[in-house]
Ligand binder design. Structure first.
Ligand SMILES: Nc1nc2c(ncn2[C@@H]2O[C@H](COP(=O)(O)OP(=O)(O)OP(=O)(O)O)[C@@H](O)[C@H]2O)c(=O)[nH]1
Ligand SMILES: [Mg+2]
Length: 204
């Protein structure tokens, strides 16, 4: 459904709608992006490719609730994202799983209390299962009061026993809106180094 990159390797941004993927993409790529006020703006991958390094950063469409997008289309988008990750997994060096730290715990608990598997828990497990190195960008930290407690809750729900700080290579608090991405970029650089891709460190 979604076009693969024309280069060999990529870092992807993936997660629910409206969590700040496109805003983070703009921090990485350093170009002006169309960041909408309403969720659901990104319906096709936004991609930047660097041919010399054969590298791309891909901002994938969000899934879950999107205002103005009907259920059937939302399902198609989610299937498309899952298929994309599966088909292109060999070239995906890092998946940045972006979440809204200010809403994550509440949303996960609400879904679980209804006996449903929350999108984020599903997605995270899927990325781990198919062997894509993953970093969680816990975004919108400006909207969180007790950051440590919130991040402990997020870690716990994703299957990383608290305290969250011992998972610093997996969980990175960010505030994309204010350009605060240092912890995320550190974690991405670690994943790239582990794969011997020091040539790509300059992008983060
Ligand atoms: N408060 C706050 N708002 C943010 C932050 N990062 C992004 N936003 C806002 O969240 C909204 C959605 O941001 P996007 O970057 O479009 O989100 P997205 O994940 O790309 O959304 P989809 O394309 O629908 O999947 C925008 O209004 C952003 O300004 C942040 O760190 N803090
Ligand atoms: Mg977007």
């Amino acid at each position: 459904m979604f076009e693969p990159p024309t280069v060999d390797d990529e870092v992807v941004l993936v997660g629910r709608s409206n969590v700040g993927k496109t805003t983070l993409m703009r921090e990485i790529v350093g170009k002006k992006y169309d960041v909408g006020k309403r969720p659901g703006v990104t319906l096709e991958p936004n991609r930047y490719e660097w041919n010399a390094e054969s590298f791309a950063v891909t901002d994938l469409p969000g899934f879950g609730f999107m205002s103005g997008v009907d259920e059937e289309k939302r399902e198609r988008i989610k299937d498309g994202v899952v298929e994309y990750l599966e088909t292109n997994s060999d070239g995906i060096l890092v998946a940045v799983h972006v979440i809204d730290a200010s809403a994550f715990n509440e949303i996960v608990d609400r879904w679980e209390s209804r006996g449903e598997v929350p999108h984020d828990i599903d997605l995270h497990g899927f990325l781990v299962d198919i062997g894509i190195p993953v970093v969680v960008a816990a975004n919108k930290t400006d909207k969180v009061d007790d950051l440590d407690a919130t991040l402990d809750g997020i870690a716990q729900r994703l299957g990383y026993p608290p305290p969250w700080k011992q998972w610093g290579e997996v969980i990175a608090p960010t505030c994309a809106k204010r350009g605060s991405t240092e912890a995320l970029f550190d974690a991405v650089r670690d994943r790239l180094r582990e794969q011997g891709r020091d040539d790509l460190l300059k992008f983060f």
